[in-house]
Design a protein around this ligand. Structure first.
Ligand SMILES: Cc1cc2nc3c(=O)[nH]c(=O)nc-3n(C[C@H](O)[C@H](O)[C@H](O)COP(=O)(O)OP(=O)(O)OC[C@H]3O[C@@H](n4cnc5c(N)ncnc54)[C@H](O)[C@@H]3O)c2cc1C
Length: 478
């Protein structure tokens, strides 16, 4: 009898051991990763890092040999699998991050593409220089930023693409080529805004500008007056160089109340040095607390909006350098939950359409049950230099922060609302931004990006073996 139990025990133990070893082996061999949207955990073949071109070349050549797919990852703040593909080799670019060359006189810098804007700012700030175009925050890599062709608070320089002198690209054959407006120029408008589908962007030479001192002007306005205000007081005033606005998502003033923040060249530029100490994420506790409240109740949303208004009002007259305006707080937005996540959407609408668009958007959202936490607004001027350009005209860009569940049903519910919002945006001759979750339909992509067929055809022409892929390509490119 005893022997029988011992035998059963050994068999069970053996099964548990084999299963654990298999799971461990699988996890090691096929790590599961996701991006910051947290809706797409995916098993990949491996994650490789590199600090130099030789290692990157080896990764690309080996993948060709073994016929593996490659996806490129920066900070992975894109949210629709733009850095992911099942069973692919993920090239993590973060360690490829040296500053290679800096020319103070010409105001240019050459950096490896895994460097972040923070790395660049820390390097150039002591020389009185600043980045021309980047996101509002500085946590992103240069490669990830080029690949989506970002925009930010600057209203005088167009899109990032216009601030790039040149870059080296490692293509699917492992060759390194220089790409600029004169060399391999046909590739330039495809790779910037090209979502990592043409190869690895290596080092990048960027045009910089002077780090100015700004005085902040903050004001509460009604959404109906925003366009006029912007045209007269913001774009119409050459001393305003940067701008940001917010529109209320609080039930008491939903999509009606706005406050604007303008950054106006200060008269006393010689005092810039007094203010050029780079700010760090400081004010985490209070905004995190109120953002937290706004997740769970209408009361919380009203309180969050009131506190934002109060805080903005206090900023009036504050002096701040360009470098500091371009490193706004992000840590307070961090959010972890087993069942929920926070995603972004961004819609571009011609400035001339703004108030009618807001009325239509409000009409859609008032019928839906979407947990909308915040909307910021920026300006992008007309620019078609990238094939996947989102700014067909001078546009306002609305960035929506949404709290949603991770379940299949929640994803489907969000998809329905997002598609309705995009329909409204397209009706107003707008477009939407591509680094986010693949909620938009293929038809909507074609309407927002009329050159997308040409873009995907060029990808296949340049990379016929489809070595560089990701879920964005899988969803829309085939
Ligand atoms: C909180 C938040 C705020 C944001 N604010 C703004 C904003 O103000 N303005 C704005 O324009 N966008 C904004 N975004 C979007 C953001 O700019 C993009 O998601 C950007 O791609 C993030 O950079 P990353 O380093 O995380 O890139 P990743 O997400 O890692 O990569 C993005 C794309 O670039 C490709 N890629 C990365 N590195 C390379 C490389 N070296 N060579 C070739 N391809 C590469 C990837 O394959 C992928 O397709 C915001 C996003 C978040 C989450």
């Amino acid at each position: 009898m005893k022997k029988k139990y011992l035998f059963i025990f050994i068999i069970c133990y053996g099964i548990v051991f084999v299963c654990s070893a298999f799971a461990y082996h699988n996890k090691i061999l096929h790590p599961i990763i996701d991006d910051k949207g947290h809706l797409l955990p995916i098993a990949v073949k491996s994650i490789k890092t590199a600090t130099g071109e030789k290692e990157l070349q080896q990764i690309v050549k080996d993948a060709k040999q073994s016929n593996d797919k490659l996806s490129i990852a920066g900070m992975q703040h894109s949210q629709g699998g733009q850095t992911l593909y099942p069973n692919a080799i993920i090239i993590d670019m973060k360690k490829y991050n040296k500053i290679l060359h800096f020319d103070q006189k010409k105001k240019t810098i050459t950096v490896q593409s895994g460097a972040t804007w923070d790395d660049v700012q820390r390097y150039i700030n002591p020389y009185g220089l600043a980045v021309k175009v980047m996101q509002s925050q500085n946590i992103f890599t240069i490669g990830g930023s080029l690949s989506v062709n970002v925009h930010g608070r600057d209203i005088r320089n167009d899109a990032l693409i216009d601030t790039i002198h040149s870059f080296h690209l490692m293509n699917a054959k492992g060759e390194i080529i220089n790409v600029s407006r004169t060399e391999n120029k046909e590739l330039f408008p495809y790779i910037i805004g090209g979502y990592g589908l043409f190869g690895i962007i290596l080092d990048v030479t960027l045009q910089l500008t002077d780090d100015h001192l700004y005085v902040t002007n903050a004001k509460l306005i009604d959404y109906k007056n925003y366009r006029n205000y912007f045209e007269k007081e913001v774009i119409g005033n050459p001393k305003v160089e940067m701008h940001l606005a917010r529109i209320s998502v609080a039930p008491n003033s939903f999509l009606r109340e706005m406050y604007v923040t303008d950054y106006i060249l200060a008269d006393n530029q010689e005092e810039r040095a007094k203010y050029n100490h780079l700010k760090e994420d400081r004010m985490i506790g209070l905004p995190k607390f109120f953002l937290g409240l706004s997740r769970y109740s209408d009361w919380g949303k009203n309180a969050f909006w009131d506190i934002q208004k109060y805080y903005t009002n206090r900023m009036n007259g504050k002096l701040e350098t360009r470098n500091n305006v371009m490193r706004s707080e992000s840590a307070f937005m961090e959010y972890t939950s087993e069942t929920r996540t926070e995603i972004l959407q961004e819609y571009f609408v011609p400035t001339t359409e703004f108030s009618n668009y807001i009325d239509d958007l409000r009409a859609v959202l008032q019928k839906e049950n979407m947990n909308l936490l915040n909307i910021t607004i920026r300006y992008v001027s007309k620019n078609n230099h990238s094939v996947m350009s989102y700014s067909k005209e001078n546009m306002f860009a609305l960035v929506l922060l949404i709290n949603q569940g991770k379940s299949k049903k929640d994803i489907q519910t969000t998809e329905e609302v997002v598609q309705k919002m995009i329909d409204v945006t397209l009706k107003h001759n707008g477009s939407y931004y591509l680094p986010y979750y693949s909620y938009p339909s293929k038809k909507q992509l074609l309407e927002a990006y009329p050159r997308s067929t040409e873009f995907f055809n060029m990808k296949r022409e340049y990379d016929p073996e489809e070595r560089f892929v990701n879920l964005f390509y899988e969803e829309y490119g085939k």
